[in-house]
Design a protein around this ligand. Structure first.
Ligand code: MLT
Ligand code: MN
Ligand code: ZN
Length: 306
């Protein structure tokens, strides 16, 4: 399995259109030494040239263009076999509406995330223009199923949805009660190589199910949204703590760096990084601390293989 990071940033991207925090300012000025970053999306490639996207960011068009293996090979074609959704947040789902050019789409999501996306969503009609335009495959919790593309071609990959501490998307808050299907991590196994990827780009905590999944993996992607609980508050950019947004901070006591020390996976990568996060600054004390703990910071174009 080939793993390609198409976008490493949290919602808003880096820089964010309405932000002039020190990170956003410096990346715009070209003096940060890293970035810019598009919003989170990872592509998984199989030996036979098929690709599975993890999440569909608002920047999906430019992300596809940025990576030639995702380009069409005939006048109407896409190597994208399916898209797997980890929750219903707009930074993970808005891109689906950009894939509306009369192309059959295969999607994997929990039933809850499917409902949240289609219910009362008049824009979804753009993906209902012909029978079979979208095929939804329900992801059960805690059980691996085969990942298949259009035409039900076996990919040699399986996916298991692992419930992760989370919440409904912002636009459904106050309208639906929280549910274990709101937010999942993925365990993706390559049946040919035996390699196992754990993908948890949003996690409000590390419970026993999450911990077990991360311990099983050879490569881990984990929620790197915020370094600290009060990151937005201290910068005067918001009133909510990281935990209020269902993102476990990386640093500090009880942060993911401390909680996940000792994972056996040779590659451990923080992704879904908010533009305010000091991890985005090469050489910052926070970044050095994460790197000393064996973690990498995802960037657009990063690759891994399993
Ligand atoms: C998040 O990761 O918390 C969400 O993407 C926030 C949002 O939807 O703006
Ligand atoms: Mn997000
Ligand atoms: Zn910013």
């Amino acid at each position: 399995m080939r793993i390609k990071v198409l976008g490493a940033a949290a919602g808003g991207g880096f820089p964010q259109w309405n932000c002039a925090c020190p990170n956003c300012r410096d990346v715009r000025a070209g003096i940060l030494g890293a970035g810019p970053l598009t919003q989170e999306c990872v592509a998984l490639g199989t030996d036979d040239g098929h690709w599975f996207l993890l999440n569909a960011s608002p920047e999906i068009r430019s992300q596809v263009e940025s990576f030639p293996p995702l380009h069409p090979r005939s006048t109407r074609h896409s190597p994208i076999a399916a898209v797997v959704l980890t929750n219903g947040d707009l930074d993970h789902t808005l891109g689906l509406l950009s894939l509306r050019e009369s192309h059959p789409l295969v999607l994997y999501a929990t039933e809850r995330v499917r409902q949240g996306f289609i219910e009362d969503n008049v824009l979804y009609r753009t993906l209902m223009r012909f029978p079979g335009q979208v095929t939804w495959n329900a992801l059960p919790l805690g059980r691996a199923i085969e990942l298949n593309g259009a035409g039900a071609k076996p990919s040699g990959l399986t996916v298991e949805a692992v419930p992760a501490p989370g919440k409904p998307p912002l636009h459904l808050e106050g309208r639906v009660a929280a549910d274990p299907e709101d937010n999942i991590g993925l365990l993706i196994r390559d049946l040919r190589t035996g390699g196992c990827l754990a993908y948890f780009s949003a996690a409000g905590g590390v419970d026993s199910a999450v911990r077990q999944a991360l311990e099983d993996a050879d490569c881990v992607f984990f929620d790197g949204t915020f370094w600290s609980s009060e990151e937005l508050i201290k910068l005067g950019l918001g009133t909510r703590r990281a935990e209020d947004m269902a993102h476990l901070p990386v640093g500090g006591a009880g942060g993911s760096l401390e909680r996940l020390a000792g994972l056996r996976a040779p590659r451990r990568i923080y992704i879904h990084i908010n533009n305010t996060n000091p991890l985005l600054r090469p050489g910052s004390p926070e970044r050095r601390q994460a790197e000393a703990g064996g973690w990498e910071i995802a960037h657009d174009g990063m690759e891994a293989a399993l």
